[in-house]
Ligand binder design. Structure first.
Ligand code: UPG
Length: 481
């Protein structure tokens, strides 16, 4: 039986993006469920969006701390997450995020009565490891990216030196990767990442990643080692420091009658899904950051119409980049034409519940790592449409592993047609030739969705954090010495 004084106090500090706040909060709940104290820090609007549902049994251990986000020029007043801004403005959000250094430092200093043992942090806060180190708080960098992606990004020295400077540098296998692989960016994908110039915040993403890895005591990966063993070995070699997989944090979709009956969005979707045939529906969603232009939206819409299968499409209200840009819209008469067969939702939907429904036969996804994990937990075949960030690298990895098909696009400008959308969807979801992909994806639910294995990995991680925290006596001794 563990002694109470041995329990951990862990501070969680995610980057301001839904795809990061959600898994950080998930890990927080896992730690609190094991009796450890967690302080989860974010900004007011993000907390309201994601974190307000702390289960009552965990409330005594899971403390939420809200830091107002400093106002900065060029960032809309109510923008607190990457979802609220066009991706081209991400650097302004990073300027505001960097200003949280002061409240975070004050918080870590003032919590002397209950000094945190660990701080678990994200890639964007490159300044954090140094502060935490000075205050005797152990540092865990939490990677919400695959080992393949992080290997491709490179070891800290390569990241800190911004080894690659032009988009073309990212379309070839870097020198530190000895594997035979197709995991590289296509030119149109990496060009999107270059549209948010780093010089606005003064620090490139490469430097942010490099300093976050370099300054950590351990790196935690949200991944499935059995899915990418070669990459996990490689990334451990590249980092030359402890690297631990905490599993994929499989989503929990326990049907809760009380909660579900309050949730009208889910009830509407469930009602519709219940009427569809098993494995017949294509779920379409591109996460919280990817945006489409009008031409791309048209082709995607027409492709879904042409594929002839039932679909649910979550259409995000895209933030406008320039005020003079027109808001993009579905083709005229589209919703009437696909009525009954295609359902379009604008706004937030319960994605994991949708993916868990037996009528869903495939997922047309941008390949954000959260979405991929959620799909593979339920064994759904992927129709892959990467847009930006790590999504292209994820797509190549998933293609190598045979769990999905990519919608063909022109390498340089990303051009694609509605016919290629329809073909890829039919191939993956209903064609005979696509059965192997579907079987591979189904098999993945045994790995990604295995609750027991994923719980054990969290237990192992907690064991590591307990054994390797900086004890207060060591810290005082070292600082006096
Ligand atoms: O209506 C919605 C929209 C999103 N989600 C959830 O929001 C998360 C979205 O995450 P993800 O699929 O990873 O997409 P992004 O939000 O675009 O993720 C960002 O963060 C990921 C993790 O680092 C990266 O892999 C992506 O490229 C990056 O864009 C998932 O858990 C979804 O289930 C919902 O539940 N309902």
């Amino acid at each position: 039986m563990e002694n109470e004084t041995e329990k951990l106090h862990v501070v969680m500090f995610p980057w301001l993006a839904m795809g990061h706040i959600i898994p950080f909060f998930h890990l927080s709940k896992c730690l609190a469920q094991r009796g450890h104290r967690v302080t989860f820090i974010s900004t007011p609007r993000n907390i309201e969006r994601v974190v307000n549902k702390v289960p009552s049994d965990l409330a005594p251990l899971l403390h939420i701390v809200s830091f107002p986000l400093p106002k900065v020029e060029n960032l809309p007043n109510d923008a607190e997450s990457s979802m609220d801004i066009p991706y081209q403005k991400a650097q302004f959000l990073k300027i505001a995020f960097d200003l949280l250094e002061i409240p975070l430092t004050n918080f870590l200093e003032s919590s002397s009565n209950s000094k945190p043992d660990w701080i678990v942090y994200d890639y964007a806060s490159h300044w954090l490891p140094q502060i935490a180190g000075k205050l005797g708080v152990s540092r865990a960098f939490f990677s919400l990216f695959t080992a393949a992606t992080m290997s491709f990004y490179g070891p800290p020295w390569a990241l800190l030196n911004d080894e690659r400077s032009i988009p073309e540098d990212y379309t070839v296998i870097p020198k530190w990767i000895p594997l035979e692989t197709k995991v590289v960016y296509r030119l149109h994908e990496i060009k999107k990442n270059f549209e948010a110039p780093a010089d606005e915040s003064g620090t490139s993403d490469g430097v942010r990643f490099g300093a976050s890895i370099d300054g950590s005591d351990v790196i935690l990966f949200r991944n499935c080692v059995e899915f990418e063993p070669e990459w996990f070995n490689l990334v451990s070699e590249l980092y030359q420091k402890p690297v631990i997989s905490i599993g994929v944090l499989p989503p929990s979709v326990v049907e809760n009658e009380k909660f579900d009956s309050d949730d009208t969005t889910w009830l509407g979707i469930k009602n519709w899904l219940d009427k569809q045939n098993q494995d017949s529906v294509v779920y379409v969603a591109l996460g919280t950051e990817a945006t489409l232009n009008q031409e791309e939206l048209n082709e995607l819409a027409l492709g879904l119409e042409k594929c002839g299968l039932p679909f649910i499409w979550v259409l995000r209200d895209q933030p406008i980049h320039n005020q003079e840009d027109p808001r993009i819209q579905l083709p005229d008469g589209y919703e009437d034409r696909v009525k009954n067969r295609g359902v379009i939702y604008k706004g937030w939907v319960p994605q994991t519940k949708i993916l868990s429904h037996s009528s869903v036969g495939g997922f047309l996804t941008h390949c954000g790592w959260n979405s991929v994990i959620e799909a593979l937990c339920f064994g759904r075949v992927l129709i892959m449409f990467p847009v930006l960030n790590d999504q292209g690298l994820n797509t190549r990895l998933l293609q190598e592993k045979g769990v999905g098909v990519e919608i063909p696009r022109n390498e340089k400008d990303g051009f694609f047609t509605s016919d290629s959308v329809a073909e890829a969807v039919k191939f993956a979801v209903v064609s005979e030739e696509g059965e192997l992909l579907r079987a591979n994806a189904r098999q993945m639910s045994g790995l990604f969705g295995c609750r027991k294995r994923n719980e054990e990995l969290i237990d192992d991680c907690v064991g590591y954090l307990m054994e390797n925290r900086i004890s207060i006596s060591t810290y005082v001794h070292n600082n006096e010495g």
